[in-house]
Design a protein around this ligand. Structure first.
Ligand code: 3PG
Length: 377
């Protein structure tokens, strides 16, 4: 897949460059809790600076659904970036109101959360035109939002000369490589929730010859098939994947009646109806780590248990450690997964940490992402 990249753009002194960033980060009491997505945009900023371009940032935070929600303001993100870059940033409260005075500014401009305005999620042409007035060029460096057909992702790319930012281009390159030319043995580790939405991805990995290791709440809909209880009607695709020898379900699980009660380790077929699956068990950790150890390509999305709680993070941490110790080309993504393994200090050592959550999953499942399609050559 060939994208329009920065090398296709002519940015010279004074060129106004509108950059769509991944500013959807965790903010608590006005402080950024994890600035991984903000750091990801720095190479693109440096590139524009070198060329003498003038930067205008836009992005979103949370899901305010067209209303001004104070705790979803992007002001703390702009302030954080200003401190990181040691640069003055002018915050524009309403980018629909074009101000020729500020437009001439050499400082970085930073627009308020675009999802405060109705036009963004509606992919409105009028809204995109108003944003476009601030710029000569559009760069998308927000891969995590590429699966959204929104004005700042899709519509605007058709109004201005546009290209992928450095990080966006790198995400597409790395994730495409996982299917185009993986080195075998290849392993995909999938956790988190919502098996139904991840089924197409699991099938794609299986078809491509990956061993697929499944954990977390993703396992729950499969349990009835193992202990032959309450099999749902939507069972055909589940039946198909679990009969594939490359699909590796947990042999054992760490379960409990609730997160506060005493956990026990059980074989997957022996979990009782009133028990909740909180983590993969030690035998599973061993099996998964053996496959990881042999692998030359590894991709991971989704925690393998309720890893926010330390007592249920053992599987997730052990697998992260095994991957970072392996010599495989390794990719990890998903907001929760990355935050959790960073929290437990086991993020260092992955070949690529994706900024994408839902976007990464959809891209890997082979879906066409509006943000990617808009930047195709
Ligand atoms: C993400 O965090 O995955 C992106 O910012 C997309 O957010 P959304 O699911 O609210 O569109």
């Amino acid at each position: 897949m060939r994208l329009k990249t920065l090398s296709n753009m002519r940015i010279s002194r004074g060129t106004r460059v509108l950059v769509r960033g991944d500013f959807d980060v965790a903010v608590k009491d006005g402080k950024i809790k994890d600035d991984f997505r903000l750091r990801a945009i720095l190479p693109t900023i440096q590139y524009i600076d070198k060329c003498g371009g003038r930067i205008r940032f836009m992005g979103h935070l949370g899901r305010p659904r067209g209303k001004r929600v104070p705790h979803m303001s992007l002001k703390p993100v702009a302030a954080h970036l200003s401190r990181t870059l040691k640069r003055r940033i002018i915050f524009i409260d309403d980018p629909r109101a074009f101000d020729p005075e500020q437009d001439r500014s050499l400082d970085i401009l930073f627009f308020e959360n675009l999802r405060f305005f109705n036009g963004e999620e509606k992919n409105s042409l009028q809204f995109a035109r108003r944003l476009a007035r601030w710029s000569d060029i559009y760069l998308d460096d927000a891969f995590a939002n590429a699966h959204r057909s929104h004005a700042s992702v899709d519509r605007i790319a058709r109004l201005l000369p546009s290209a992928a930012g450095l990080r966006f281009a790198q995400e597409v390159k790395v994730l495409s490589h996982l299917f185009r030319a993986p080195r075998y043995p290849a392993v995909a580790v999938l956790g988190g929730a919502k098996l139904e939405t991840k089924l197409p991805l699991i099938e794609r990995f299986l078809k491509t010859g990956y061993d697929v290791l499944v954990g977390g709440a993703l396992v729950n809909p499969v349990i009835p098939f193992i202990n032959k209880r309450g099999i749902s009607k939507k069972s055909n695709s589940i039946r198909r994947i679990i009969s594939n020898p490359r699909l590796h379900l947990p042999a054992d699980l760490c379960v409990a009646l609730s997160a506060g009660s005493r956990p026990r380790i059980v074989q997957i077929g022996d979990i009782r109806r009133d028990e909740v699956n909180y983590d993969i068990g030690p035998a599973t950790v061993k099996n998964f780590c053996t496959l990881i150890h042999r692998a030359k390509t590894i991709v991971w999305n989704g925690p393998l248990g309720f890893a926010e709680r330390k007592e249920f993070a053992k599987g997730t941490v052990a697998v992260a450690r095994a991957i970072t110790k392996s010599r495989a080309f390794s990719v990890v993504g998903g907001g929760d997964t990355v935050t959790l393994i960073a929290h437990y200090g086991v993020l260092k050592g992955f070949s690529h940490v994706s900024t994408g959550g839902g976007a990464m999953l959809e891209f890997l499942a082979g879906k066409k992402l509006p943000g990617v399609e808009a930047l195709r050559q």
